[in-house]
Design a protein around this ligand. Structure first.
Ligand code: CAA
Length: 260
């Protein structure tokens, strides 16, 4: 993996843009003419964005330009011609996939809250990117679909765990093996969206959510995310102990720092 700052050429190859404004970083999938199809460069550059995120960033918004959030993997990778500048999709080992998964995994870090702003199609790797975020605000034209099994592969970009955590094993199995589309009403019902808004209101809805998150003191937000993320794997006793630990640490901070 390359070191140093991400160059314009690397952002271009990845089909990504990054804008950092104080405590908010916005990652834009910026290849609308291909419905923000994803390549190996996209996933590796996402990983580097995570590695190099400036201190002080507390919210990461992931959005897609154009009519779709993302149409998933660039299907040209499955062809003999491939995608210019990208590796061939030859038989690969697990380390190769680990490097791609790193692009999504950091979005769960406790020091940030990640928000996916999703309109239109979010397919395969695009659906998994939305699932990698802590929260999903969706437009009423959203269309989620896990298409990987139709291509003979499994969803391997860290999406199976959040999908099961949110919808349960039977529904996750049904969604993956039928590869059917989940529209906005069902997405809200299943918990795949925290909020559904008209397409034109998506940006404003995300801004409002970001403002609310930023109103909470950073250490409180981080402790809360750590606590809630750990809850499904803990017994009640373990979770109660975790609550005590986090609270005692927060209460030991100077009183003046207890507000945002
Ligand atoms: N890869 C490469 N190019 C894509 C693409 C993709 N996944 N999705 C769309 N495009 C391109 C189209 O080829 C088209 O290019 P041209 O203008 O040169 O013809 C352009 O984007 C616009 O596409 P459409 O005209 O099809 O746009 P639409 O709005 O009518 O439909 C769509 C959008 C429903 C997303 C449709 O394009 C589609 O079904 N795309 C393929 C979706 C798919 O199966 N993705 C793979 C998912 S599995 C996965 O992602 C695995 C993984 O992570 C490892």
């Amino acid at each position: 993996m390359a070191d140093g700052p991400i160059t314009d050429a690397e952002f271009e190859q990845a089909g990504l843009r990054l804008a950092v404004d104080g405590a908010v970083a916005t990652i834009t999938l910026a290849r609308p003419e291909r419905r923000n199809a994803l390549t190996f460069s996209t996933w590796r550059t996402l990983a580097r964005i995570g590695d190099t995120l400036p201190d002080g960033v507390r919210v990461v918004v992931v959005r897609g330009e154009g009519p779709a959030f993302s149409a998933g993997i660039d299907l040209r990778l499955f062809t003999a011609e491939g995608v210019p500048g990208e590796d061939a999709l030859a038989p690969r080992d697990e380390e190769f996939i680990r490097g791609l998964q790193a692009g999504y995994l950091w979005l769960r870090r406790p020091d940030i809250v990640s928000v996916a702003a999703v309109q239109g199609h979010a397919i395969g790797g695009g659906f998994q990117l939305a699932l990698a975020c802590d929260l999903r605000i969706v437009a009423d034209d959203v269309k989620f679909a896990m298409k990987e099994p139709a291509l003979g592969i499994v969803p391997d970009l860290t999406g199976t765990k959040p999908l099961v955590d949110i919808v349960g094993v039977p529904r996750a199995l049904e969604l993956c093996l039928t590869t059917r589309t989940v529209f906005a009403d069902e997405a809200a019902r299943l918990g795949l969206a925290e909020l559904v808004v008209p397409v034109a209101d998506l940006g404003k809805a995300v801004d409002d959510l970001v403002a609310a998150i930023l109103a909470v003191r950073p250490s409180t937000a981080a402790a809360t995310k750590r606590l809630l993320r750990a809850a499904p794997g803990n017994t009640l006793e373990e979770q109660s102990a975790a609550e005590r630990r986090e609270q005692v640490a927060l209460l030991s901070e100077p009183a003046g720092e207890r507000s945002a």
